[in-house]
Design a protein around this ligand. Sequence first.
Ligand SMILES: Cc1cc2nc3c(=O)[nH]c(=O)nc-3n(C[C@H](O)[C@H](O)[C@H](O)COP(=O)(O)O)c2cc1C
Length: 371
Amino acid sequence: MHDTLFEPFQIKTTKLKNRLTMAPLYLGYAGEGGTVSPLLLEHYRRMAASGVAMVVVENATVDHPTGSGSNRTIRADTDDNLDGLKRLAETIQAEGALACLQINHGGRFAGAAPEPAAPSAVETFGRTPHALTESEIGAIQDRFAEAAKRVRDAGFDMVELHGGTGYLISQFVSPRTNKRTDGYGGSLENRSRFPLETLARVRAAVGDFPVGYRFLADEWMPDGLTLDESTRFAKMLAPAGIDYISVMGGTYESFFLPEIVEGSKNQGYMTDLSAAVKKAVDVPVIAAGRLDTGKAAENVILEGKADLIGLARPLWADPDWPRKIGEGREGEIIHCDPECDACMKLVMKGKPAFCVRWPHEKMREMKDMFE
Ligand SMILES: Cc1cc2nc3c(=O)[nH]c(=O)nc-3n(C[C@H](O)[C@H](O)[C@H](O)COP(=O)(O)O)c2cc1C
């Protein structure tokens, strides 16, 4: 059933066995201090065993604590975590999936930072970050390059730069959060300089290792980044050496606006964004956002709105999603409830998230592993 979803695909020279990927989903399962915990390993083992071609592991910090979302953000900034990262990559690959790790600097949304830093001193939920100096900017770009190399050395198949969710990279691109008057601010070209320079440093560090990019296509804020500018940015990014673009919309400042909450309940609510980006670039594009039926997911590919499907909550709610679709047992899928935002609310409170749709036994098993 829905055979298109099970056709192979290629990113650069890396073969994907089908069109399904896990989109990054931070759930607070890493150990205190960002270590690779037994629960984290078991979670990703289950995600990889689902039959998706590639698992993109949740955001890992390039700079702790200044760039970390929380104290349970996986650390990719230190060789002390290299063995854990190796185990994570091996665990995913042993189940037949490719392993990709997303690397991130939280900037003004770095919840673990004693003093957050950002392109400009724009107030963020009651705290005002300090505006980065040019030498601090260069140091962060080096941190991205070092982390990307660590991801490669740990045995992952790909690395993804987190340019979404309103984190640091996208803070530079956004006219709302980048008020700089130097070469990193002002025109779209200047605002694009930070991600493009970061990519160049990452590329220099990892050679031809595949590098993807989580892409903020629309901030969904009146004075924020819009699709018009982001597609122009995509045209600069794609030829600069990115191997895929994974499209998303919104930031922590827009996710909870009433009209965004409503819109985000709709199936395929971000596919207009992925379609626009796909038109603008000739690298593979991943679409995500409530693509939770075989038909909805397959249509995205058939209609040319993306090349690959990103499943975050649907796969977490039911890791048998791909198998049930493939075997024509779609009616048995346990669906993520669009009215439920418990996972997002829990992780934002610094708590681990366990899906309320899970059977009781599984819930107990996973909770017991939390340390
Ligand atoms: C609890 C939660 C954590 C998330 N963590 C990440 C993350 O670490 N990195 C990222 O790029 N997106 C993250 N996302 C966004 C998802 O990758 C995805 O774009 C979004 O959930 C829509 O897809 P879905 O309907 O398949 O879940 C997160 C979303 C949720 C709800």
